[in-house]
Write a protein that binds this ligand. Structure first.
Ligand SMILES: Nc1nc2c(ncn2[C@@H]2O[C@H](COP(=O)(O)OP(=O)(O)OP(=O)(O)O)[C@@H](O)[C@H]2O)c(=O)[nH]1
Ligand SMILES: [Mg+2]
Length: 459
């Protein structure tokens, strides 16, 4: 694969001011020379400078363009790389791509430029993944996480941990090799304590990973309640747009309605659901099934109650299903005569004293700040405190590797407890491999293909 010279349109192929095509591989200069003619012929492949010229297919000029050439190894991929900036016309971009292919380029697969950067040692695997996250980040928290990973903070943390494991492994192996000699270099107790300390560090990373993943993907905030309590109106009020249908007929919403919103820098996926009740209509029944599924995966639930009507068995039945989740109770329709107050609701269910209850009117837009503050406080108080300057893992693959490392370290502690340096050495090796997999110290083709297939083409 590394012998080929790849090309791809790197910008979105739509009508725009500028479009960029990227070329990378050992034949970059040869292939690009056949299609790009600089206005000043001496300037064709001056590294790191923008050279204006023309793209030609034989005598025919296809476009005016600017070529930027990066000489190996000082390029993103580590190979000779060219970036052709032309006019952002999809027809031109595809014509140039065809021309490059005619001259010997191969169309790049998803993430192939980044994969080459990884294989050529320009970046580690966690940084490669951070590039995809940076492109996909749609909120400040996700971007901050991706940037920290891209800067190599996770890599240094993992490298440090792995070094700690390997140092301990060396000490344990010395004990095995010199077992017949009288002097004990490392006592079992010391080795077990060192393994336990490493396990604790890894466990903290695993514990915080859920928070990182949640921040990256958006916190799932589900609005639920019996029909007609004003869930869809609340969704529209929170989003400040007319997203969901609102009617006075109970059973209006059927499908899950989802949209993104940011509360004080925290990214949320706001989800409106069908009102839950004993329904007969098959469409409504299916909607309620979907609502129930959404409740299971919710990070926080807004349990919406209609303050203008009395509480019923439908409300208590629903509460029984969600009471172990993170809930904020919102009593809606505060602009109407109230039949259900916060006090009444607390006694009816009964709510634990820690459960926040807010009074709102989705229609008149009152109490909404109290509601979003209550939601935000739940996230802040439930999240494991991440020490300042610590790394936050925000990737499921990394979390899985780290979990394996923690388990292997735990097994090493146990083995040392039983006086088995041999078994401990085996476990420590496993822990080092698992931690190393985060940054791609050892990774199989399958793992790499799985990671890069989710990239966009041209990256
Ligand atoms: N007065 C008043 N009416 C409200 C308020 N919020 C919602 N409503 C009204 O209550 C009715 C139901 O609102 P929806 O938002 O459709 O209720 P829902 O909970 O989504 O209902 P389903 O989708 O059927 O489960 C509509 O007529 C809304 O205008 C409020 O704060 N005050
Ligand atoms: Mg609705």
């Amino acid at each position: 694969m590394k012998d080929t010279t790849i090309a791809a349109i790197a910008t979105f192929p739509a009508v725009s001011a500028i479009g960029v095509i990227r070329v990378s591989g050992k034949d970059t200069q040869k292939i690009v020379s056949g299609i790009f003619y600089p206005n000043n012929p001496d300037n064709r492949f001056v590294p790191n400078s923008a050279v204006p010229g023309k793209i030609k297919d034989g005598p025919e000029i296809l476009d005016e363009a600017v070529l930027t050439f990066f000489r190996s190894p000082r390029s993103f991929t580590g190979e000779d790389t060219a970036e052709i900036s032309c006019h952002g016309n999809p027809y031109i971009l595809y014509s140039i791509m065809n021309l490059l292919i005619k001259n010997g380029c191969v169309p790049a697969g998803p993430g192939e430029f980044t994969k080459r950067a990884f294989l050529n040692g320009k970046i580690d695997l966690s940084q490669a993944e951070a590039i995809a996250d940076t492109i996909a980040a749609d909120n400040p928290a996700a971007l901050k996480l991706a940037m920290s990973q891209l800067a190599g903070r996770e890599r240094s943390a993992i490298t440090g941990l792995r070094k700690g494991i390997l140092d301990l492994l060396a000490r344990v192996e010395a004990e095995i090799d010199f077992a017949h000699e009288d002097i004990e270099r490392t006592s079992r107790v010391d080795a077990a304590a060192a393994a336990a300390a490493l396990a604790e560090k890894v466990k903290l990373l695993v514990k915080n990973a859920d928070e990182g993943i949640m921040l990256k993907q958006g916190i799932r905030l589900v609005i639920c309640g019996r029909p007609n309590t004003g869930k869809s109106r609340l969704l529209n009020t929170l989003l400040k747009k007319d997203r969901a249908i609102v009617t006075s007929m109970p059973g209006t919403t059927r499908d899950i309605i989802e949209d993104r919103m940011v509360i004080d820098g925290l990214p949320f996926r706001l989800i409106d659901t069908a009102g839950i009740r004993a329904a007969r209509n098959p469409a409504e029944k299916s909607g309620i099934k979907r609502a129930s599924a959404a409740l299971k995966t919710a990070d926080v639930i807004i349990f919406l109650i209609d303050g203008s009507s009395r509480l019923s068995k439908t409300d208590s039945g629903l509460y029984a299903r969600i009471k172990n989740k993170n809930i904020v109770v919102a009593i809606n329709k505060s602009d109407l005569r109230q039949r259900t107050t916060a006090g009444k609701a607390s006694g009816f269910f009964p709510l634990p004293p820690s459960c926040p209850v807010v009074k709102i009117s989705a229609l008149k837009n009152t109490g909404i700040k109290d509601l979003t503050n209550a939601v935000k406080n739940i996230i802040i108080s439930k999240a494991a405190p991440v020490p300042l300057g610590e790394v936050l893992v925000a990737n499921l693959r990394h979390k899985t590797c780290l979990k394996r490392a923690a388990a292997a370290l735990g097994a090493a502690v146990k083995a040392l407890g039983k006086n088995s340096f041999e078994a401990a050495a085996f476990d420590l090796k496993e822990a080092a491999v698992a931690a190393g997999a985060v940054i791609g110290e050892i990774s199989s083709d399958d793992v790499l293909d799985g990671i890069f297939k989710n990239f966009c083409i041209g990256k």
